[in-house]
Design a protein around this ligand. Structure first.
Ligand SMILES: *[C@@H]1O[C@H](CO)[C@@H](O)[C@H](O)[C@H]1NC(C)=O
Ligand SMILES: *[C@@H]1O[C@H](CO)[C@@H](O)[C@H](O)[C@H]1NC(C)=O
Length: 420
């Protein structure tokens, strides 16, 4: 609308008033325009994330799980995957040739078994994969539509240098164990599952393993898997199974779960990003999950297994540069975002929110941590180091024994008298 035209013939004072009004009106129509553009943008993204479902299951936690035909999954949007022949099983497993029956006949975990919440209301049929549906609000919570499903830059713990700029710039804090200086072809861990409290919705708390390749520069390759609580990403405080990958230090490639094309899922029972339950309680029942990521020596893809029973799928080797060959470092542990929103250290918890000294049933643990060597065997990691930016906020303590192999306790409460 023409301000001049509308306002002509007014006295000076009323002109000023009308001018202000007109300003408001044109501002709000600009806002409407940009809102409708954003809406279109969001709809287009939702269409890209949410593939047509054969069946949909409503989970008690509010999620909708879409059973998507395996050949329609997001991975196949990738130009390099247009003609990819999906591999329904790995050729090798770290204990030898892959044998499906052997995988599922292994004794069940000693600890109580963990399931995904949506299983209470149904299962996906064969030849489909369960995909957590992205809702409009999920996208709107992200800082921009483009950033949805992606990590901010520079969040890898960098033990050797412990670069203070890195620590300050990113606001991410870690308590980890790691090995480096060899060629690694995978890693395994059994991870205690908790539901840490998150102070601010834009913070998160996670416990995971990292498979890293390259230097800590712009070309860092990373494959990550574990559990996380991330209100911004999921809209709640539930503990969720997640994966992440990047081949350029979180810049243009990679994402959480299936939120971009990359990971190829073959499993119909486990949904990436879905809630896992139950979680451990302080001085109460303890639950843990096992995660194994290994590189198939035949095809070169990086496979992921959840528990003893579920081979979830793989990251094709071509996604990566360094990891197309091998990993140069493995890390296990926790990470939180410390946004210092009120000028103090965040009270977002890592692990159980308790320090390692408290031990079993109180502090969170990783047990039976292992690496895959160049002969495709699971081995105890040699020369384990530990790293934390501020041990008064979150700490880590390693140990080893017959039952748990190499293990560590990690985590903490964040803000406390020694971590102001
Ligand atoms: C990190 O930032 C804090 C506050 O912003 C400052 O007090 C501290 O000196 C910085 N640390 C380093 C090592 O630069
Ligand atoms: C998540 O937890 C925080 C406190 O830690 C609470 O303020 C918030 O309301 C919770 N969010 C949801 C969606 O339950």
């Amino acid at each position: 609308m023409g301000v001049g035209h509308f306002c002509s013939g007014m006295t000076w004072t009323s002109f000023a008033v009308i001018f202000c009004l007109c300003g408001l009106i044109s501002l709000s129509s600009a806002a409407r325009l940009s809102a409708s553009r954003q809406k279109l943008d969001v709809q287009q993204h939702l269409k890209r994330f949410n593939k047509p479902a054969v069946k949909s299951i409503k989970s008690p936690d509010g999620d909708i799980i879409d059973c998507v035909h395996i050949s329609h999954q997001p991975a196949f949007d990738h130009p390099f995957l247009k003609d990819h022949k999906i591999q329904m099983r790995p050729t090798y497993h770290p204990e030898g040739l892959f044998d499906e029956n052997k995988v599922s006949e292994k004794p069940k975990e000693r600890s109580n078994s963990i399931t995904q919440m949506w299983h209470l209301n149904g299962r996906c049929p064969e030849d489909t994969i369960p995909v957590r549906r992205t809702k409009k609000d999920d996208v709107l919570r992200a800082s921009s539509v483009k950033r949805y499903g992606r990590k901010k830059h520079r969040t890898i713990p960098k033990p050797r240098s412990a670069d203070p700029d890195l620590v300050n710039e990113s606001g991410h804090q870690h308590a980890i164990a790691y090995v480096e200086g060899d060629k690694y072809y995978g890693a395994k861990a059994t991870i205690n599952v908790w539901e840490p409290k998150i102070q601010q919705p834009n913070e998160f708390s996670l416990s995971q393993l990292w498979i890293l390749g390259g230097s800590f520069g712009q070309d860092l390759n990373s494959i990550e898997a574990g559990w996380q609580v991330s209100p911004d990403l999921y809209g709640d405080n539930n503990t969720r199974l997640f994966t992440y990958w990047t081949s350029d230090a979180y810049q243009a490639t990679g994402c959480y779960n299936l939120l971009c094309s990359g990971f190829i899922q073959i499993n119909s029972q486990i949904a990436m990003g879905a809630s896992i339950s139950p979680v451990s309680g302080y001085r109460n029942s303890q639950y843990d999950i096992s995660i194994l990521v290994w590189k198939d020596p035949k095809e070169g893809h990086w496979w992921m297994q959840f528990g003893n029973d579920y081979v979830l799928g793989y990251w094709p080797a071509f996604l990566f540069s360094y990891l197309a060959d091998s990993a140069s470092m493995i890390e296990w542990g926790g990470e939180v975002v410390n946004s210092e929103s009120d000028g103090q250290h965040t009270s977002t918890q890592m692990g159980s929110g308790r320090f390692p000294e408290e031990g079993f049933g109180k502090a969170s643990y990783f047990r039976n941590i292992q690496v895959v060597d160049d002969s495709n065997n699971l081995k105890a990691p040699k020369g384990i180091g530990t790293f934390t930016e501020k041990s008064n906020c979150y700490d880590v303590q390693t140990g080893s024994n017959g039952d748990w192999g190499h293990y560590f306790y990690y985590g903490g409460p964040g803000r406390n008298p020694n971590c102001p």
